[in-house]
Design a protein around this ligand. Structure first.
Ligand code: 13P
Ligand code: SF4
Length: 309
């Protein structure tokens, strides 16, 4: 059945001059039909560079929305617009306005896991691979940062800046469930393996890790490391991306679907091969962003790109 979908999807992509951008957490089959797989930053940049007429975003909705804001002239499709994100849902525009009033001089640095309306109020849009670099490049000491409290703690630790969390307790339902005890169990089980953790994890996990980085940075780290085995503290779909990109090494998830309901992001899991096929076939669901909002969000993303140049 999956094979049939894969064939149909490949054919439809050709007919319609479409590409599929797939996040590293996607199911194996979805990664196979994707023209590019990557982390949030990488995929946003890929969206800006493509000559395709249609971009199907195989990821959660805020990612498709970001691609649409960066590419107003292209048709961006979301296979399932209900694929949300607990982080994105945790920051509303009213809360952001209140914090901006309280800290009128502080730059607003928002994680890409936010709604486009919130992004339009930001000075910089960052990802897990860019947050530390962007914040440390700013002259200001007080920074409004949201919505992930764990990433905020990590950025504060790395930059020494006064990071004000907006909202105070935004969390990803996957990474926030990790505990030190889980790390101890995995370390015992997979002795000699290195621990890689996503910065959305609690600080106690990051401190116990051998490497902290975005999903793409994990692939890079594993590829370049002289070691052969890795424990992976992030969403379980990442094991697919690691095995596809670094097939000669071994990867063990910190938690599996048997040991924790937190292993799989329920939103990422909503994006299936069938929905991608339907999306291409029926031209749905078109991601629409108000042009003014898109323009402001784009500026905030470009401010980040300038720092990274
Ligand atoms: P990356 O940018 O590291 O791929 O992370 C995206 C995300 O949603 C993590 O949960
Ligand atoms: Fe959002 Fe967490 Fe799912 Fe990533 S893993 S999309 S941060 S809920």
């Amino acid at each position: 059945m999956s094979i049939e979908f894969i064939k149909e999807i490949k054919q439809l992509k050709k007919e319609k001059n479409a590409i599929i951008l797939g996040h590293n957490y996607m199911d194996y089959g979805v990664q196979l039909v994707s023209d590019f797989t990557g982390d949030s930053y990488d995929l946003a940049v890929k969206a800006m560079k493509t000559n395709a007429d249609i971009i199907v975003f195989a990821g959660v909705y805020f990612m498709a929305e970001q691609a649409a804001a960066l590419n107003p002239e292209k048709l961006v499709l979301s296979p399932d617009p209900n694929a949300g994100c607990t982080l994105s849902d945790s920051l509303d525009v009213e809360t952001l306005k209140e914090f901006k009033k309280m800290y009128p001089k502080a730059p607003v640095v928002l994680y890409i896991n936010t709604s486009i309306a919130a992004k339009a109020m930001a000075d910089y849009i960052v990802t897990s691979s860019t947050a530390v670099k962007v914040v440390s490049s700013l002259d200001d000491d007080v920074i409004l940062f949201g919505p992930d409290a764990n990433l905020a703690n990590y950025v504060q630790r790395k930059t020494g800046k006064n990071i004000v969390k907006v909202p105070p307790n935004g969390r990803c339902l996957v990474h926030a469930s990790y505990t030190r005890q889980l790390v101890d169990v995995a370390r015992k089980k997979y002795q000699g393996a290195l621990l890689m953790a996503h910065p959305e994890s609690p600080l106690e996990i990051l401190e116990a890790s051998d490497f902290v980085g975005s999903t793409n940075q994990m692939i890079d780290f594993a590829r370049k490391s002289p070691l052969k085995e890795f424990i992976v503290a992030t969403e379980i779909g990442m094991i697919n991306a690691l095995q596809i990109n670094v097939p000669e090494k071994k990867f063990y998830p910190l938690v599996t679907t048997e040991t924790c309901s937190c292993a799989r992001c329920p939103y990422m899991a909503m994006v299936t091969l069938r929905k991608i096929r339907d999306s291409l076939m029926e031209g749905k669901h078109i991601v629409k962003v108000d042009p003014e909002v898109a323009e402001r969000a784009k500026r905030a993303f470009e401010n980040t790109m300038k720092i990274l140049e």
